[in-house]
Design a protein around this ligand. Structure first.
Ligand SMILES: C[S@@+](CC[C@H](N)C(=O)[O-])C[C@H]1O[C@@H](n2cnc3c(N)ncnc32)[C@H](O)[C@@H]1O
Length: 384
């Protein structure tokens, strides 16, 4: 029975994928045995040109050139270091805290110039996060993080768009939290910075990567804080989480493996577009559906899940969300509702460029003036 369901999801995803590719591209390329080897980065670019030119139309050339250019970073301030001093130093570099700016924007800006908007900043965001970026068009770089006076590193450099899934998750004090695919740990660290986790399970199937996650936690989070937040690091297959700990968590982050579009254009090592990894690449949407389904099953009814990728692919983004919701409704009679995050576009418009036409969820698209992302994120509430 399970095999039939899996087959059906796969058929839906395949149909959805091919519906986005024009007929003239739907031929099977024949590779001769003597075919010269292409670098995986080139194969990635060919693949993106074929699929994303259709998906994004006129926007693709600008996204393409941005993906091929140097990305921008954000500096996530470590609240367990001397954060006010660190923030002051970052301000002196003329960087600004984009979270603080967005929150004051959200609280002050009246809708349509008249009626005050509800304040999403106060209720819907994970609190206490401070992340500095340079202004649009400013391509300055942050100096490497340093060990601060309190014995932990002062900030963590990451793609600032990676913070949006954590902000969207909207942690509340006392939440039980699961980070299903956690390594190397940028988002786990952000979850801990909120100070909201009653306990935090950080999991990743790869033991070498959970090793990196442990090192990040040791460098940034003092032992007593890790104890207080009951941080538990595991290396299990996340697809099984629904069976292991069903109906357990208030908030679950499912930051899945994907085609990591920016990385795939720049790094040969560990590139998912290597010929030898073709099958693995084709199976990604299936793995993503299984991980998201497991994350939703591990959530308490009434709890929230954020699904995220750093890919532009609709097939790995919206189609996975829609396929998983359909799968859980049919197989488990579980109702899941997608939550509206369109206000993020307005709140964070000074920092990020958003794709205006996502069916579900939000997508940060790389832009030469704001070269963050890609980052797709979609928030769901498990109703039953
Ligand atoms: C996009 S990365 C996660 C990045 C991480 N959330 C962060 O912010 O640093 C996806 C991760 O999923 C892990 N992964 C792949 N298959 C998995 C599975 N079946 N169960 C759990 N983790 C898995 C990979 O090892 C990889 O570290």
């Amino acid at each position: 029975m399970a095999a039939v369901v899996v087959r059906r999801i796969w058929d839906v995803l395949k149909r959805a994928h091919f519906a986005t590719i024009p007929r003239r591209h739907r031929h099977k390329k024949k590779w001769a045995a003597t075919e010269p080897k292409f670098p995986a980065t080139q194969l990635a670019l060919q693949n993106f040109d074929m699929t994303y030119s259709v998906q994004f139309g006129d926007l693709w050339p600008s996204i393409r050139v941005s993906l091929l250019s140097e990305q921008k970073y954000g500096a996530l301030v470590n609240n367990f270091a001397a954060w006010d001093h660190v923030s002051g130093e970052l301000e002196q570099l003329r960087a600004r805290d984009f979270v603080k700016e967005a929150i004051s924007h959200g609280e002050l800006e009246p809708e349509g110039g008249q009626t005050p908007t509800p304040t999403p900043a106060s209720g819907a965001y994970s609190p206490n996060l401070r992340c500095f970026t340079f202004a649009r068009g400013d391509v300055s770089r942050f100096p490497p993080a340093r060990l601060g006076s309190l014995g932990v590193m002062d900030y963590y450099l990451m793609d600032a768009a990676s913070l949006l899934p954590v902000l969207a998750l909207g942690l509340q004090p006392g939440d039980t939290v699961l980070d299903l695919c956690a390594a190397p740990g940028g988002k786990t660290l952000a979850l801990l910075q909120t100070g909201c986790c009653r306990n935090l399970a950080a999991n990743d199937v790869s033991t070498s990567r959970t090793g990196r996650l442990q090192r990040v936690l040791h460098s940034y989070v003092p032992q007593d804080i890790r104890d207080r937040n009951r941080v538990r690091v595991t290396s299990w297959d996340g697809r099984k989480w629904g069976e292991l700990e069903g109906d357990t968590y208030d908030r679950v982050l499912v930051d899945v493996p994907c085609t990591t579009d920016r990385h795939s254009l720049h790094e040969e090592e560990n590139n998912i577009f290597q010929r030898s990894r073709k099958k693995e690449r084709q199976m990604l949407p299936m793995l993503q559906v299984q991980l998201l389904a497991a994350g939703l099953l591990a959530t308490k009814p009434g709890g929230h899940v954020v699904y995220s990728t750093c890919s532009l692919s609709h097939l790995q983004n919206e189609y996975v969300v829609q396929g998983t919701i359909e799968f859980l409704a049919n197989q488990y009679s579980i109702k899941v509702q997608v939550e509206d995050l369109t206000h993020f576009r307005k709140l964070f418009m000074d920092t990020f460029s958003f794709f205006p036409s996502c069916q579900v969820g939000e997508l940060v698209i790389p832009n030469l003036l704001a070269n963050f992302g890609p980052m797709y994120f979609c928030k769901m509430c498990r109703l039953t």
